[in-house]
Design a protein around this ligand. Structure first.
Ligand code: SAM
Length: 273
């Protein structure tokens, strides 16, 4: 990246299209099945009005639009909707929207969903309140965010395991301490939902072990390389050779690692009394 990252914002907001398309495609392939399960569990149905925040490449918004059908409506909102415009349709509205600064229409949505965004933002509680304000009474909020607490080599006796764990841990800690991303955010979601006044709050986390060279490992290579390298080497947190060693392990099918935990939390806005 050419410029300094803005704290409290999505660190790689202006990443090149080809890079972000590949990265988000891998994220969708890994996470969409889980996301669909969570949205089905809260009852997404024909005629619902849904808001997908930080919609990325739009796979979730498109799936929602199919589920709600022609009598429903989906808004796909993103700070940078570069991959979304082409998917706009009769029941899928694309909107440029900054959740740090802008409110949504109040009490307008049956379902608000967001994945892999709030952990990048400072003042997450305010952002979640903004999501809750957009819900109709009885509407559902579902948020899915990562948590790096699980990220580690599977086999501690692997010759690269110690460095892999130390280097990646110092990266996540640095980003968290400097308000660039809360690497331990997923676990906090349910508590924040309760403080936001939602009811029927629940949460769960999913984590996978995988091998170097897999699609998940490629996702991590991409996520660590561009945003991580310059920022962290400049700050003296890790060296370029240390980053290269981590990237090498993520490309090696003989190396196994545990990825981040994807936490999902859900909660319902109380009916007006
Ligand atoms: C890690 S991507 C996740 C994309 C998608 N939710 C997914 O899981 O496939 C984060 C997305 O949030 C968007 N974003 C970043 N900051 C935002 C903001 N302040 N308001 C709205 N969207 C934002 C980015 O442009 C990007 O599309």
């Amino acid at each position: 990246m050419d410029s300094e990252p803005r704290t409290g914002h999505y660190v790689i907001a202006d990443s090149p299209d080809a890079y972000e398309t590949e990265r988000l495609g891998l994220l969708e392939a890994r996470s969409d099945p889980l996301t669909r399960t969570h949205l089905a569990q809260v009852g997404i149905a024909e005629g619902w009005c849904c808001l997908e925040v930080g919609a990325g490449r739009g796979s979730v918004a498109r799936w929602m639009a199919e589920r709600v059908g022609p009598s429903g409506h989906v808004v796909a909102a993103d700070l940078n909707p570069r991959f979304l415009w082409e998917h706009a349709g009769p029941n899928l509205e694309v909107r440029e929207h900054n959740v740090i600064e802008q409110d949504f229409e109040t009490e307008s949505y049956d379902l608000v969903h967001c994945r892999a965004l709030v952990m990048h933002l400072s003042q997450p509680e305010e952002v979640l309140r903004r999501f809750a304000a957009a819900l109709k009474p009885g509407g559902w909020l579902v948020v899915e965010e990562g948590d790096f607490g699980s990220f580690a080599a599977v086999d501690p006796s692997h010759p690269g395991a110690g460095d892999f764990d130390r280097v990646t841990r110092s990266m996540w800690d640095f980003l968290s301490q400097h308000d660039l991303m809360d690497g331990y955010f997923g676990r906090k979601l349910a508590g924040l939902f309760e403080r936001t006044g939602l009811e029927a709050v629940g949460n769960e986390g999913f984590v996978h072990a995988d091998r170097g060279g897999s699609p998940l490992a490629r996702f991590w290579q991409l996520s660590i390389d561009v945003p991580g390298s310059e920022l962290l080497t400049k700050a003296g947190v890790v060296t370029r050779p240390q980053i290269d060693a981590v990237l090498g392990l993520l490309g090696d099918p003989a190396f196994e690692f545990v990825g981040t935990t994807l936490y999902a939390a859900w909660g319902r806005k109380p009916l007006a009394t």
